[in-house]
Design a protein around this ligand. Sequence first.
Ligand code: AHN
Ligand code: ZN
Length: 336
Amino acid sequence: MSGKNVVFALLAVGLMVACISENPKKERKPVAKAVRTVTTPQFSSDSAYQYIQDQVGFGPRVPNRPPHDSCAKYLQDKLKEFGWQVQVQKAKLTAFHGGKLRSQNIIAQFNPDSSRRILLCAHWDTRPFADRDSVRQNDPIDGANDGASGVGVLLEIARQIGLKNPETGVDIIFFDSEDYGRPQVGAEMYQQFSQGTSDWCLGSQYWAKNKVPANYRAKNGILLDMVGAKGATFLKEGISRRYAKSFLNKVWDIGAELGYGQYFVKRMFGEITDDHVFVNQAGIPCIDIIQWDEKRSQIGGFGKFHHTHKDNMDIIDKATLKAVGQTVITVVYRRI
Ligand code: AHN
Ligand code: ZN
């Protein structure tokens, strides 16, 4: 067939298709669905702060201890109150010392039938010891920042979503047993256990291998970890860039656009083993918004409270909660 004939043939087929698909009532439906924009709600840092205080009020949320069970119930009740569908994934997970942890991943869905989805997640358990402190190293920490802050921000986002539909699917997972990694002190005595797998992030590792809902998919994910400390900075983390580079850049751009550029610093830092590693391995490109202090990077940049008893309500700052919360809720409502 000559070039001209190919064009004619294609035109003829095109005409036939047009005739077949002609609407008998002559009312053609618009080809593309109009994309409605929904204005982003105002994130309340007072409310997020209260949800952090509520969690800390139960006591340290260490697996197998009573405050952990009370807090699990609180989180489910809150999500249900805000109009979300809630499921709990229970499992007995093996800790670095060989003991079992009664773990609960708390999974909530909004607009469960939407095919376009975003996943928001944070760990809700707290570290069973204060191995980076110089006092009371064997006592569990409050985990106001490391644990409660990410959950507090997501509960406030869940409340806002319940009040105004973002017209996209949103899922929240509160992962359990993230912070049960072997202590720095005396680590040698546990060497025979859990070789080859990470003893951190046990809940997200379990979820990644046993997804709930089954065959779960989302366009992107955001993990929040240590997002409430006064003066925190959030740098672009290495694993996040490896799996979700353009999404990572968009989130940091929105942070700057909203006026939170001093929190969302546009520089990179290293790769962190955190729940997003396993979410990424499960096929969902997921970033980690996690505090990283460049000035402390030689000693681990997580802030001086990290895994100490200083991680209590005194270090939580509403301005930091607002910067993170408003940025993340904007990403949801703009359907980035
Ligand atoms: C490690 O320190 C190996 N990962 C950091 C993940 C973490 C701990 N997030 C909170 N606590
Ligand atoms: Zn921790």
